[in-house]
Design a binder for this molecule. Structure first.
Ligand code: MN
Length: 147
């Protein structure tokens, strides 16, 4: 890979493919993925850029691995645990282990964010009926989440 992956306008980078968010699954909507940094044995993490269109959402999920997210396009809202936060460009969001999370753009916006993860990571878990009921016990969370 070239040392510089050139910004190619409109949140695309030279040599970086625009991929489906996940290879399969139905618990998300209108979201793409670009792997900006694939990981290296000496730096075993990946830097992904996700973009969520108006009306879309990332999977409501949790896992053992951590995320550090930086918003770099648009405005949105995110669930982290049992709270919903407003986020905008250059805000940094830390998602701890085993913490429910979901990202959505606000009306009229595309939400784009970089997400840092370990290369070695566990598979995300989806909420079962009990977990959904627990999440929905918080009114602001109930009003926010999409599945
Ligand atoms: Mn996640």
């Amino acid at each position: 890979m070239e040392p510089v992956s050139r910004w190619a306008e409109n949140f695309r980078w030279g040599g970086v493919s625009v991929l489906a968010y996940k290879e399969n699954g139905t618990h998300f909507k209108s979201i793409t993925r670009q792997v900006v940094f694939e990981g290296d044995p000496e730096l075993p993490c990946q830097w992904r850029y996700f973009e969520v269109e108006e009306g879309g959402y990332s999977t409501l999920e949790r896992h053992e691995h951590l995320h550090v997210v930086m918003i770099i396009r648009g405005e949105g809202r995110c669930l982290v645990g049992d709270r919903v936060h407003d986020v905008r460009c250059f805000d940094v969001v830390r998602v701890p282990a085993l913490t429910w999370h979901q990202f959505q753009p606000v009306s009229g916006e595309i939400l784009g964010f970089l997400c840092l993860v370990n290369v070695e990571r566990d598979r995300p878990q989806l909420p079962d009926a009990d977990a959904l009921a627990a999440l929905r016990a918080v009114p602001a969370v109930a009003a926010f989440i999409k599945t």
